[in-house]
Design a protein around this ligand. Structure first.
Ligand SMILES: *[C@@H]1O[C@H](CO)[C@@H](O)[C@H](O)[C@H]1NC(C)=O
Ligand SMILES: *[C@@H]1O[C@H](CO)[C@@H](O)[C@H](O)[C@H]1NC(C)=O
Ligand SMILES: *[C@@H]1O[C@H](CO)[C@@H](O)[C@H](O)[C@H]1NC(C)=O
Length: 386
């Protein structure tokens, strides 16, 4: 139940209104009917004449103050009149003066966020150029602290640059992509810097995931040229989108009846694309201290806004080539590393990845045990699979 509430906050159908209704209007209606009941109780007493006046005034005042008490106000904003409260923001740059250039109506823009180091400048340039300015706001997370050397790129000034040395994509995402800040964007592309985009078209990709109703997705990887970690991400040349693999993975035989990872219902963490609603949920799952992000991928199904076998998928017709360079921006197995050190740092980071994975799994278990109001929508299926 709790899960449903937190994940359905921004589904497509008038999310806020729904929330307002259950949180504010419902209590208000109850209160009003209580007031009405009290009011009518007064009327039928013998003291009708005297008390009617008093009673209705009292009831009115009482219900007004109660009504105000139960009004929904964002935490911390209670001291302000409602109309001035600005709960969300975005990453669009605004002119210092003059008219706003109204290019697009809100809610149709998307966000591309990449963790980058200067060594990957050329590839990042290619990547960004694949995302049309009319549809995407670009954000770069510089993990090597080098920002100036990007200035010659033609799109540099319209990108937002955030710099923090030796931090990972998930560290940045947790801190700079808060759902209230990015709630204007229809889709969030949270990508590594080493992806080959020759066969990728962002507009076509967007239209496919919209048509297919994918809340969480990634482009397929060309298996001939990419380092594959999960069979599900391999491109199927014959299809536009696939949602499961039929391979044997370890002791798991994936088939059409599989209900969860590693057969279906997840994407890898190198190039995930989130809908607004799924990002709001996923952001909450990212742990501030577990910066390598391991373990998140298999749990993404909880943020899928419905059946993970349907709402999560791999787009085959727009695909990537994954060079698997060891970079800090990356998060997949075997490739996580610190930007400079070639051997030492890499194995250290890998070791740390496994440690973080264990911590994450344990936290998940503990959270389930402690939360009596939460029930696991996938409990059956995980049991069956094991
Ligand atoms: C793709 O389609 C071709 C012909 O239609 C077929 O020969 C081939 O086996 C299919 N490949 C896959 C992966 O399904
Ligand atoms: C999937 O489930 C159906 C119905 O229970 C069953 O008939 C079929 O044999 C199953 N397929 C596999 C591959 O297990
Ligand atoms: C960043 O990491 C590298 C090693 O990968 C190290 O040499 C450097 O001192 C670190 N920088 C900071 C500011 O921690």
């Amino acid at each position: 139940m709790k899960r449903r509430m937190s994940t359905s906050i921004s589904t497509k159908t008038e999310p806020k209104r729904q929330r307002l209704f259950t949180h504010c209007f419902l209590p208000m209606i109850l209160l009003l009917s209580a007031a009405f009941f009290i009011g009518s109780a007064f009327i039928i007493t013998d003291y009708k004449e005297k008390i009617l006046g008093w009673g209705s005034v009292m009831v009115l005042q009482y219900s007004r103050s109660k009504m105000c008490e139960t009004q929904c106000r964002a935490y911390g904003s209670e001291a302000l009149p409602r109309g001035i409260i600005s709960e969300t923001s975005d990453l669009e740059m605004r002119p210092l003066w003059g008219a706003q250039n109204k290019k697009k109506p809100k809610l149709s823009m998307n966000l591309l966020a990449i963790a980058v180091g200067i060594k990957q400048k050329e590839n990042v340039n290619k990547m960004v150029k694949k995302f049309p300015e009319s549809d995407f706001v670009v954000m770069l997370f510089h993990y090597d602290g080098i920002v100036d050397q990007w200035k010659d790129l033609e799109w540099n000034d319209r990108a937002i640059h955030v710099s923090a040395v030796n931090q990972t994509k998930w560290w940045f995402a947790k801190r700079f992509l808060h759902p209230d800040i990015v709630s204007e964007y229809a889709y969030i592309f949270l990508w590594d810097e080493d992806l080959g985009v020759d066969h990728f078209n962002a507009k076509r990709y967007l239209s496919i995931i919209k048509n297919e109703g994918l809340e969480i997705s990634q482009p397929a990887l060309n298996p001939e040229k990419s380092e594959l970690h999960h069979p599900i991400t391999a491109r199927d040349k014959n299809s536009t989108v696939h949602r499961r693999t039929y391979k044997v993975i370890g002791r798991t035989k994936c088939n059409e009846n599989s209900t969860g990872p590693p057969c279906t219902g997840f994407v890898e963490m190198m190039a995930p694309v989130f809908s607004r609603a799924s990002w709001r949920c996923s952001w909450h799952m990212i742990q501030s201290d577990l910066v390598l992000g391991w373990g998140l991928d298999f749990q993404l199904g909880y943020c899928a806004q419905g059946d993970r076998t349907q709402k999560i998928g791999i787009v085959d017709s727009e695909y990537l080539i994954h060079d698997a360079l060891p970079t800090l921006g990356g998060s997949a197995e075997n490739k996580v590393s610190s930007p400079s050190s070639e051997s030492g740092g890499r194995s250290e980071v890998k070791k740390q990845s496994y440690i973080e994975l264990e911590i994450f799994k344990n936290r998940w278990k503990r959270a389930i045990n402690q939360d009596n109001c939460w029930s696991d929508p996938y409990e059956q299926s995980t049991k069956k699979q094991k």
